[in-house]
Design a protein around this ligand. Structure first.
Ligand SMILES: [Zn+2]
Ligand SMILES: [Zn+2]
Length: 392
């Protein structure tokens, strides 16, 4: 069976306490479940703040009330419509900076044990993505001892990622243990074309997730995964590409739209358009720039052109509805009401059906975005790229 999965969603609040400070307080466990099912059409969601004792408490309450059913193969089932995968995004201390990884666990017990263990290294365990006083290699050992899986997160972003600000190679971080890393998360400003210019990634599975800090942003990137059954065990074997479980598609933004795609100069606000790598602002000659993901990958690539291994799924570009000019939240709500979920709007509608619901002009914009015929202004330095009409 095919499942839509977004494995990086944050929690804003649990047990009425803040968890991810920068995330919307509406991002609660209950709202995420409802939003995934009723608005987005997501079948498997990874919640990455489960090391917070508030989140654990809330999950435990849901289990006691019978709202969440633990699956024997790991993961929790909500209303027989959605599987929740328990995880925690952790910031490790590396030689040149800090990097994010997500530790996923099969069952509540292991998640709780992990929370207790990792709290020895973290000052405020109740909050999301906190800095841990240990290196990724040591984190990997802890995670593996609890039957978990460690996935380096948004690996190219200029802050807090392995390639972005720590290492030229993941093997420097993990050494011999790199073989236990089966999967990396690409992040919004990167795609398969970029990542497959780094040789050591050819054996790794790629995930494209939303890193949502609000309900609306869930599934702005996601994956279609073929699984025998939607539980942790099968998901893990998909990441390892075993037993006919595998990632079928990565769906993601055009990397140009990501907010760190090109080098950005904080002094003059210029976003580079020159041939990568741009290491210094071409306008004001400032060297203290925020390196773009494209610029960084161009610097560290060891292949001139991407070589895709045979197992690499298609990376399908997608412009989320909210990025499309003329499509506001009201229109999105009308579309979801008409077609059930955002996944249905994106994957199962044609121009005529869209026109019937939102009129010719909006339908046309959606189709142009789908076909990649809208213009793109690239993002950088924390500013998303923009989509606009071009005359074709
Ligand atoms: Zn992160
Ligand atoms: Zn995150």
């Amino acid at each position: 069976m095919e499942y839509f999965a977004d494995l990086h969603v944050h929690i804003g609040e649990a047990k009425k306490q803040p968890v991810k400070i920068t995330a919307s307080r509406k991002l609660t466990l209950g709202n995420i479940c409802d939003y995934c099912i009723n608005k987005k059409g997501i079948d498997i969601v990874g919640i990455v703040d489960c090391a917070s004792p508030y989140v654990l408490q809330e999950i435990s309450d849901y289990i006691k009330m019978g709202e969440l059913i633990p699956l024997s193969g790991g993961g929790l089932r909500y209303k027989d419509d959605l599987t929740i995968i328990l995880g925690a995004e952790i910031e490790t201390t590396e030689i040149n900076g800090a990097a994010h990884s997500i530790a996923f666990f099969p069952h509540y017990g292991q998640m709780k044990d992990f929370s207790e263990l990792i709290s020895n290294y973290i000052t405020n365990i109740t909050l999301s993505s906190q800095k841990a006083r240990l290196a990724a290699r040591d984190l990997l050992k802890i995670v593996r001892n609890l039957d978990g899986e460690l996935v380096p997160a948004h690996v190219f972003t200029p802050f807090k990622s392995f390639y972005g600000n720590c290492y030229d190679r993941l093997s420097t971080a993990f050494e011999d243990e790199l073989r236990y890393i089966t999967t990396v998360e690409l992040g919004l400003s990167a795609d398969t074309e970029f990542a497959d210019t780094i040789r050591e990634l050819s054996t790794k599975t790629f995930l494209s997730n939303s890193d949502a800090h609000s309900l609306e942003k869930i599934a702005r990137e996601y994956n279609k995964i073929n699984l025998q059954f939607p539980d942790f065990h099968n998901l893990l074997s998909a990441l390892q590409r075993r037993d006919d479980n595998f990632v079928m598609y990565n769906y993601g933004l055009r990397p140009e739209l990501g907010k760190y795609h090109r080098t950005f100069c904080p002094d003059c606000g210029y976003i580079a358009t020159e041939e990568p790598p741009v290491k210094c602002c071409p306008h004001c000659k400032n060297y203290a720039v925020t390196l773009g993901v494209l610029d960084r990958i161009t610097l560290i690539a060891d292949l001139k052109y991407p070589i895709h291994p045979h197992h690499r799924p298609l990376y399908q570009y997608q412009i989320p509805l909210e990025f499309i000019p003329g499509i506001g939240q009201k229109t999105i709500d009308i579309l979801i009401q008409a077609f059930g979920t955002e996944m249905n709007v994106i994957h199962k509608t044609n121009r005529a059906q869209l026109t019937e619901v939102v009129g010719e002009q909006k339908a046309n914009n959606i189709v142009l975005a789908r076909e990649g015929k809208l213009g793109l202004k690239v993002g950088g330095g924390g500013f998303y790229g923009k989509v606009f009409y071009k005359n074709v």
